[in-house]
Design a protein around this ligand. Structure first.
Ligand code: GRF
Length: 217
């Protein structure tokens, strides 16, 4: 079966990118990473990708007169690489409605919260300030609104009393590295259907039990 030709867009360290690259290395992987693209030449993820033998590309957003011109170049490079699917992995640029529409249902993102709670930045500090008992991460299809779109998979992480934003971020990140490759594989296997603004994942199980926190010691 042809593998899903996937590009990853990054701006920074690229740990989710690395998790995607590693999972796609398996010969049986239904997806392959054909390009890593960054708006930032200093993104740490670029050298990780290059070492893994993946083609990389930089489009410095400061060289473009506006978002539309930047996004047009982004689209051009994705097409030049014959990418059929896009994963945003810490890509810190807002995308134009035209670009989002062009890649509608062919572009996913990972966000470090249980959406729709805490869209935007500083999610871990905001979760701690709100006193939530569970925090986590979400993989979702991209719509124009920031951090919105049909949810594919989430991981819930209990908040510990002693958590700082950094300790909570580290535990959430470990789950990001599990659910992002899983979501891409499900999509590449044709198991994810979008129904309205919800998704249906075939052949996937849902935990039967509730998670409660805190519980009696
Ligand atoms: C991750 O927390 C991701 O959820 C968010 O940006 C961060 C990127 O980290 N969108 P990395 O570059 O993948 O390590």
């Amino acid at each position: 079966m042809a593998r899903l030709r996937t590009a990853i867009l990054i701006s920074g360290r690229g740990s989710n990118m690395q998790a995607l690259i590693e999972s796609c290395r398996a010969p049986a992987s239904p997806a392959e990473i054909v390009l890593v693209l960054s708006n930032n030449a200093d993104a740490g993820g670029l050298s990780i990708a290059a070492k893994a033998g993946i083609a990389t590309s930089v489009i410095d957003h400061r060289s473009y007169r506006d978002r539309a011109a930047f996004d047009a170049e982004l689209d051009r490079r994705l097409r030049a690489a014959d990418a059929a699917f896009v994963c945003l992995a810490g890509f810190m640029r807002l995308l134009t409605p035209a670009f989002v529409e062009r890649w509608r249902d062919r572009m996913i993102n990972i966000h470090p919260s249980l959406l729709p709670a805490f869209p935007g930045l500083d999610t871990h500090a905001r979760a701690l300030a709100a006193g939530v008992r569970f925090h986590g991460c979400t993989v979702h299809f991209v719509r124009f609104e920031t951090d919105a779109g049909p949810i594919i998979v989430q991981a819930a992480v209990p908040v510990q009393a002693a958590d700082t934003p950094d300790s909570l971020a580290a535990r959430v990140l470990a789950q990001e590295h599990r659910i992002y490759p899983q979501a891409l594989a499900w999509i590449a296997e044709g198991r994810v259907r979008i129904d309205g603004e919800r998704t249906v994942v075939s052949g996937a199980a849902v935990p039967p039990a509730a998670l409660i926190s805190p519980t009696p010691a």
